[in-house]
Design a protein around this ligand. Sequence first.
Ligand SMILES: [Zn+2]
Length: 444
Amino acid sequence: MAGVAVTDTERGADGRLTVWARITLPAVCPGCGIVSERVHQYAETRPRDVRACGQDVDFCLVKRRMKCAAGDCPRKTFTESVPQVPPRCTITRRLLEQAGAEVADRGITPAEAARDAGISWHSAHGAFGEAADQVLDGQPAPVAHLGIDEHRRGRPRWRTDDLTGETVQLADRWHVCFYDLDGSQGLLGQVEGRTADDAAYWLAGATPAWRDAVQVVAIDMCAIFASAVRRMLPGAAIAVDLFHVVQLAVKTTGDVRRRAIRERYGRRGKAGDPEYGIKSLLNRNLENLSPEQFEKIIETLDASSEGQQVALAWIAKEKLRDALKLRARVTGSTPGERQVRDRLFTFYDWCAQNEGIPELRTLANTIARWENEIVTAVVTGVTNATAESLNRLAKLEARHAYGFRNPANQRRRVRIACTRGTRRPPTRTTSTTQGVTRRHHHHG
Ligand SMILES: [Zn+2]
C-alpha cells in the first residue's frame, strides 16, 4: 500500500494475522499546507482491508495526530492520512475497488460482495457504482447498425382507484433500449418510457457525428420507434424484424381459420373438426412439412369453401415468406432490392386476387406500409436478434438482483451485464483476491 510501511506482524493462537503499519508520507496540515513533524499523540485505526492469501487480516494502522507547525494556522492539530485510507474512512480504497469489480465483472450482487468483503451493503453498492461509472462514462463509439426495442422493468403494478373501484396501472414501467448490433458495446443505453419522444430523447443526447454514423436501425414493426428514428436519424435506413413479419402472417392464417370455422359450424373449433386436426400444421413453414402432412392440409381445406379460404390465406403467408427467404442468411448471397420487391408484388397480387378474404386485405395493407423497412431488412440482413438475446440477459440480471427499487441502479447494472463479455477483467494482485475469486469461480 503506497505511503504505508508495515512495522510488525503477529499470528495469534487462532492463526489470525495482525499487521501493524504506519504512514510514511510527510504529514501536511490541511489548513495551511505546511509539513509538520511535531507529534501530538498516536491513534490506532483499524480499517477493513483485503485478505492476504485468502485469509482475513486485522489491519492496524497507527496514525499520528500532529501539531501544526505554522503559528497563525486555524488548525491547531490534524491527523495524518494516506490516499488508500482517506480521513474518516474505515475501509481501504483497494478493498472497495475489489468489491466493486466483483459486482461489475463477475455479476455477483452487491449483497454477496459485501458479505465477502465484510463491509456494508451500502459500501459495496457505492463501490460498484464507481466501478460501473468508470466503464460506462463517455459517449459510445460510433455504431453502424443500431437496435431499438422495449423492455419491461419488473412486473406491472396495479392499484384500485378508491372512488371508481377500477383497477388502474401505476407508473409506466418500460424502458426503451438501444443496442450496438454488430460491435462489442452491447447495450448502449436505456431511457424510461415507451413513447416516440422517450426514444427520440436518448437519440437527441448523442452527438451529431454519432447520429450520422448510424446506417441501419433494426426495430420491431412498431410505428412509435419508426417515427423516432425518422425524426432523429433521417439518414439511417430502418429494418423491421422479419420474425415479427412472419408472425403477423401466421396470425392472419389463424384469424381466417377461426372465422371460417365459425361460418361453417356456427361455433368455435373443437377437437374432432377436420380443420382442428391441421391447426398446428398450418403454423409450420412449407419446407418443414412432410409430403403426407402437405397432402392432409390440402385434402382437409379442399373439402369445403370455408376450408378453401384458409388454404388461400396459408398460400399468402408462404408467398410473403418467399420474399423474406431471399436474405443472404438463407441463400448465401445478398439479394437485389428489385428481386425482393418483385416477390412482395407477387404476394400483394395474390391478396388482391382473393379480395373476398378481408384478413388478407388487412395483411397486405400492413406489409405495404412497412415495405421499405422489410426490403431493407432482407437486403442488409440486419436483425434485432442480438438485441433480443441481450434483452434476455438484462432480464436475467434484473431477476438475479431480486429487482431494483431504483431505475438508475437497474440501468447501470443491466448495462454493465451486457458489456461484461467484451471487457477485460481488471488486473490485480492474486495474493489479495484469492479468497474472493476462488469462491465465485462458477460465475466466470
Ligand atoms: Zn496548519
